[in-house]
Design a protein around this ligand. Structure first.
Ligand code: C2E
Ligand code: CA
Ligand code: CA
Ligand code: CA
Length: 281
């Protein structure tokens, strides 16, 4: 039994070593990637389903690794957060996305607005220079601040509600808009809603998946849509994969949708196709 016990410890150590080595390797590769063109921003349309019009896009980072192929964000964002690299990586995504949005905006008829939504990590948010970085990026790219939505999650904000609210107000003062991502999955959504200066709620795709078939999920989606209406916020459903889900969301009062049914995340040149209707009309 003693031997088996020791054996188990060794196996555990080996796994731990492998895991640590993997993380170290990813960190090393990421450091290089941040300054190269391996990091690419994909764009997924956010669609006003009543008029089939693309309102804007969510920017989603992809890592095109020379040997490992396309690495999804779930596999490197947490490592980038641990190492602090997310600050540079996030600034890079923000700049690319704002620059792209400004270029698209310039191609639209006067009065037409294009929104760009960018995910912000808690580590970026906590960084002292974050607000200055956003301001500098807007100035550099010429993007109208009101066309930028920053997506934050409840869990990514400082636990201190007053501190979080104050930081969000500073961002709002720049003229950008704030969206609460994955809404409903946090632990104190309702208290946040009362104090945070957010204007957009994004319904997590785990709730959208059960729409129409799961009564609890349907009730949660209906409640979030009602809450958004009460607070005067926009509401976007994410992970919309079927026309039935669009119909159900519309019935419940949500018209802004994002998901594979409306368009997959894609490189800028491909995503631009979603804007052609707006250019002509
Ligand atoms: P998220 O912000 O909740 O982004 C939505 C995720 O859902 C994206 O995964 C998107 O590709 C995926 N998705 C969109 N429509 C559908 C659908 O109809 N069905 C399904 N099953 N999935 C759909 P992705 O691109 O792999 O990103 C995963 C997460 O990584 C994001 O979740 C976000 O938390 C994070 N992330 C992505 N890009 C960035 C970034 O630039 N900065 C930071 N800090 N986080 C990022
Ligand atoms: Ca998001
Ligand atoms: Ca989300
Ligand atoms: Ca998510």
């Amino acid at each position: 039994a003693k031997q088996r016990g020791r054996g188990r410890v060794e196996v555990f150590d080996e796994n731990l070593d492998t895991e640590l080595a993997h993380r170290a390797q990813v960190q090393h590769d990421l450091r290089r990637a941040v300054d190269s063109d391996e990091l690419v921003v994909f764009y997924q349309p956010i669609v006003d389903t009543t008029h089939s019009v693309t309102l804007g896009f969510e920017a989603l980072v992809r890592w095109q690794h020379p040997t490992r192929g396309t690495v999804p964000p779930d596999q490197f964002i947490p490592i980038a957060e641990e190492s602090g690299l997310i600050v540079q990586l996030g600034a890079r995504v923000l700049r690319d996305a704002c620059r792209q949005a400004a270029a698209w905006q310039a191609d639209l008829p006067p009065g037409e607005r294009l929104r760009i939504s960018v995910n912000i990590s808690s580590v970026q948010f906590a960084h002292a220079a974050f607000i200055a970085t956003v301001a500098a990026t807007l100035a550099e790219t010429g993007l109208d601040p009101s066309n930028l939505w920053l997506e934050i999650t409840e869990t990514s904000l400082p636990a201190d509600l007053d501190a979080a609210t104050a930081a969000l107000r500073e961002l709002r003062d720049l003229g950008v808009h704030l969206a609460l991502d994955d809404f409903g999955t946090g632990y104190s959504s309702l208290a946040h809603l009362r104090t945070f200066p957010v204007e957009v709620l994004k319904i997590d795709r785990s709730f959208v998946a059960g729409l129409g078939s799961n009564p609890e999920d349907t009730a949660i989606v209906a409640m979030i849509i009602d809450l958004a209406r009460t607070f005067g916020h926009l509401v976007i459903a994410e992970g919309v994969e079927t026309q039935d889900q669009v119909a159900e969301l519309n019935r419940l009062g949500c018209t802004l949708c994002q998901g594979y049914h409306l368009g997959r995340p894609a490189p800028a040149e491909v995503a631009a196709g979603h804007l052609s209707a707006r250019k002509n009309g």
